[in-house]
Design a protein around this ligand. Sequence first.
Ligand code: AMP
Length: 124
Amino acid sequence: MAVKGTGPYDDDNVFARILRGEIPCRKIFEDEWALAFHDIGPKAPVHVLVIPKNPYVSFIDFSARATPEEITGFTRAVGKVAEDLGLNEPGFRLISNAGPDSGQEVPHFHVHILAGKPLSVALA
Ligand code: AMP
């Protein structure tokens, strides 16, 4: 079910539970700012999620409240994951859903990295 892209933050959402180690994930990268893991229901041959360590509901929340260091750290983590996955040359798509019209299901800000085949050009 789609969720609101605004607060309050739900501490029991699935990504908060992954960050606390309460449920497993197929981790591919972690640093001070971000955790990256394989999506449980991949929509492309490569489907990775990158999430910030701190609690933000959506991109607007993250962009407004995260510190400059956190925004830089998270952005660099997304780039590093894409590079480390070998996606620079073949290419990839970044998506971040926010709110009901986007179909956001998990109310913890995250970026999808989609790749591994020519992706549909349809945006809606
Ligand atoms: P969104 O619709 O942008 O909120 O995307 C949420 C994504 O999280 C979906 O692509 C789900 O397949 C994925 N997802 C949900 N639960 C898990 C989980 N436990 N581990 C990995 N990915 C998950």
